[in-house]
Structure formats: structure tokens, C-alpha cells
Ligand binder design. Structure first.
Ligand SMILES: [Zn+2]
Length: 454
């Protein structure tokens, strides 16, 4: 079964949309629609950022006496906006109806009715995505709701009755109503049974103990447990900008390392395939900070340095200067005429920092699974590589240029070896793969015959 071949993809929950830019690129993020919806301007995520959207359904149902304030139309419009402005959404949770007894008490409805509404909402959201003309496939993934094991199995059937093929058509299938009773044998049994149906399961709000117990049945999971813990933890990271660690990235990344350890499955480990660098901030940036050369100090503006390292100045300003450990300016250089003076940086510090950054954010290298000459769909190749479909399809325009392919009926088949080569030639953070096409939108939009080619 597929789930035995993959490494669990863990989504770090965050309340801070800036993390879409500042978090290391090997960290997948889970961020709520409720956070993003409030923002007039959204951050543009760097190429390669992997993030998923939480609908905030649980919060809405528990806050508003058992009803949704966000209509399906509003939610789909918001998702299309995130997909466009932030960058490709890996997937998004639906507005599902969880089945915890205290939620049922608020709505006054049965488990069966919550399941019916959950399935109906999923079908509605998928249809709305197409009706609204949003590009690419709808990012919303189905969520199986229930309380007892039998309920979940009935919900799987309900999806089938609506023509939703959970095992065939979706890279992620969520399992709801589990996070407030994890660590129980019951939950382990629910995940194990659903995984045997060959479903790529996502566990919502799974903590470290849960991962140890049933992580092997999961394709992915998310959690904000670090933040609840951080709220009760006085600042320990040395920062003077916050009183506790509830929204501290370095605190979250330390916690994430424990998650990765708990989720590691040595017997199936594919570290050779996904060389995941460990986020050790102090070691990495400490080395960069100590690299100044005595006497020979060359001061440059960010614009000069960006040109030297082959990056756009705006990309450096937007994506790099906020990242942890980015060197501080050493002084200013007056402009000719009026205007704010340029800030000057020490060139060697910038170079050393960038080197450390690139090492840390180097995209994972993939190995060719099986015969490189074999032609497959991008979806099939993604599956073989053990990554979400969008991880590969976001490069579709580039693949169309550089990978041998042929159309068979409505579907396009690519030479597997070429696709892997293109994926491995991805440059690091902040550098567009194809300077003429920095926006992934065009790649994701082309999803079938008749679609405009990028
Ligand atoms: Zn902190």
C-alpha cells in the first residue's frame, strides 16, 4: 500500500501569515482561512512553499451556536484569492461538520445529518470552484466525519454514493473529529481501518503521542499544539519582541524537530530520497555571523549585492531580509539628490548568510523511480515520488518545455526521467525557475485539453 512508502508530511499550524515567507521551505504550513480572510494584502509565498488551508470550520461551529457564518461561495472565492495571491494551495479543508458530542449538542443534529452536510458541502465547494472559473483543480479535499468506527465507514459510502472516489481521485483525505480524543485505542483503530481502504489519510490536530501511536497509517497531519504549549512558556529564545512563545517561529521549529523524530519510520525511511535538512537555527546562522574578515570590509547596498548573486532586488527585500539571521545593515550611503539613504551591508556577511540559507533550503533531490524511459501522467509520477500532485504539477509549463511528452486522448504523459531531471534542476529560494514565468498560476491553470497553454 502507498502509505507504507511515504514519509509523513507534517503541516506546522501557524497564526502568522508572514511565515508563508519566513519559514524554512522544507516546512509545510497549515494556516486558517480565518487568519487570511482578515488581510487586505497577502504575502506572496516563495517558489516551493508548500501550504494547506484550514477552513476554520471547527471554530465557526463552536463559536456561532452551531452554524457557519462563511457561505460556501465566500469560502471558494477566498480560496481562489489565496491560490492566486499567495501561490498554489497544496490543498484546503472543506467546511465540514465535526461530530464531537458537544458540537452535536450545539447544532441539535445527529451524526448522520452532520455527515450528510459534510459530503454535501464538499460536492458544493468542488462545483463552485469550477462555476467561478477558478483555474486548476479545486484544492478542497474530502473529510470523512463520524464518531464511532462504523460512522466513518458509512461516511466513506456516502461519498461513493455522491460519485466522490476517495481512494482514486484525491491525494489527501481528511479524518475529522479525532483531535480532541487522540491517544485513545479507538482512534488508532479508526485510522488503521480507513488506511486499509487505501485512503491517503490526513489527521487533523495530531499531537506527538498520536503520531507515535498511529502515524504509520497517515499520509499527513497538522498541529498547532506547539502554540498552546508556547502560550504557557515565557520567552526562551532570547527575543525581546514577545512575552511568550505562542507565535514564535524558532520555538515552533524546535517543536517540529520532535514531531519529525516521532514520525520517523526507520524501516520505510526514504531519507536518501528526501534529504530533509534539520532546522538548527543557532548552528547555521552562528556560523554565518562569525565569518567577518578583519580589515577587508566591503560595503554594498542590497541592490548591488542582489545583482551580484543573480537575484531580483525586490525578491531579496521581500523574501530574504525578514528571514532569521539576515545580517543587519552596517551604515548608510547618501543618495544623490533627495531621498532616503541606501542601507549598506557587509558583503562577506551577506554572502556567508546566503550560503547557509541555500544549503538549508536546497530543494529535495528526487531519484528516478523505476524505468526513466517510461511515460506517465504527472499525477502518477508525483505518486511514485511520494509527493502531493501539486508539488509536480506546479511546474507543468516548464515540464512541457523540457520533458518529452505525448498526449494520449485527453491526458498528457511525460517521460519519467525527464520530469525528475527538471524537478532536480529547480533552483533555490527566491530564484525563479523560468525568469519569464515567475507565477505558478499559469502552470497550475493548464489542467487538461482546451485549457490555455502557458
Ligand atoms: Zn521566541
Amino acid at each position: 500500500m502507498i502509505y507504507e512508502e511515504e514519509e509523513l508530511n507534517f503541516y506546522l499550524g501557524t497564526h502568522r501569515e508572514r511565515w508563508l515567507i519566513t519559514a524554512p521551505l522544507d516546512v509545510s504550513l497549515f494556516i486558517s482561512h480565518r487568519v487570511l480572510a482578515r488581510r487586505a494584502t497577502l504575502p506572496r509565498a516563495p517558489l516551493g512553499r508548500h501550504y494547506a488551508i484550514d477552513s476554520g470550520a471547527f471554530t465557526e461551529l463552536s463559536l456561532y451556536g452551531g452554524e457557519f457564518r462563511t457561505s460556501p461561495e465566500e469560502y471558494v472565492r477566498a480560496l481562489a484569492r489565496y491560490d492566486d495571491e499567495i501561490g498554489d494551495i497544496a490543498w484546503a479543508a472543506p467546511q465540514d461538520w465535526m461530530c464531537e458530542p458537544f458540537i452535536l449538542a450545539k447544532t441539535g443534529l445527529t451524526v448522520a445529518e452532520h455527515q450528510r452536510r459534510t459530503v454535501e458541502n464538499f460536492v458544493t465547494l468542488t462545483a463552485l470552484w469550477e462555476e467561478q472559473g477558478a483555474p486548476g483543480d479545486c484544492p478542497v479535499m474530502p473529510v470523512i466525519q463520524g464518531w464511532q468506527l462504523d460512522d466513518y465507514l458509512r461516511c466513506v459510502e456516502l461519498y461513493e454514493q455522491h460519485g466522490v472516489r476517495l481512494a482514486k481521485d484525491y491525494p489527501v483525505v481528511g479524518v475529522g473529529s479525532v483531535c480532541r480524543r487522540q491517544g485513545t485505542a479507538e482512534i488508532g483503530e479508526i485510522f488503521r481501518t480507513l488506511a486499509r481502504l487505501d485512503l491517503p489519510l490526513h489527521g487533523f490536530g495530531v499531537k506527538i503521542a498520536g503520531l507515535r501511536q498511529y502515524g504509520r497509517w497517515l499520509t499527513s497531519a497538522d498541529s498547532m499544539a506547539w502554540s498552546f504549549q508556547g502560550r504557557r512558556t515565557p520567552t526562551a529564545c532570547g527575543s525581546s519582541t514577545h512575552k511568550n512563545e505562542a507565535n514564535c517561529q524558532s520555538f515552533a521549529l524546535t517543536w517540529l524537530q520532535r514531531v519529525w523524530k516521532a514520525a520517523a519510520r526507520p524501516q520505510w525511511d526514504q531519507r536518501d530520497l528526501f534529504e530533509v535538512p534539520e532546522p538548527v537555527e543557532t548552528e547555521l546562522y552562528g556560523a554565518a555571523a562569525g565569518s567577518g574578515t578583519m580589515g577587508l570590509v566591503s560595503l554594498v547596498t542590497l541592490g548591488e549585492w542582489a545583482a551580484k548573486v543573480g537575484r531580483a532586488e525586490t525578491a531579496v527585500r521581500n523574501h530574504l531580509t525578514d528571514a532569521p539571521g539576515f545580517p543587519a545593515p552596517k551604515g548608510t550611503r547618501p543618495r544623490e539628490g533627495s531621498g532616503t539613504p541606501y542601507e549598506e551591508y557587509e558583503e562577506s556577511e551577506l554572502d556567508a548568510w546566503l550560503k547557509a540559507w541555500e544549503t538549508k533550503h536546497a530543494p529535495a533531490r528526487y531519484e528516478v523511480p523505476g524505468d526513466p524511459g517510461e511515460y506517465r501522467t504527472l499525477g502518477a509520477i508525483a505518486k511514485l515520488l511520494g509527493v502531493d500532485g501539486k508539488t509536480v504539477t506546479q511546474y507543468r509549463a516548464l515540464l512541457d518545455q523540457h520533458a518529452a511528452h505525448e498526449d494520449r486522448g485527453a491526458r498528457r504523459f511525460y517521460r519519467t526521467g525527464d520530469v525528475v531531471e527538471v524537478l532536480n534542476s529547480r533552483k533555490g529560494f527566491g530564484v525563479a525557475l523560468d525568469p519569464a514565468r515567475d507565477r505558478r498560476r499559469t502552470a497550475a491553470a493548464d489542467d487538461g485539453p482546451g485549457a490555455p497553454s502557458a
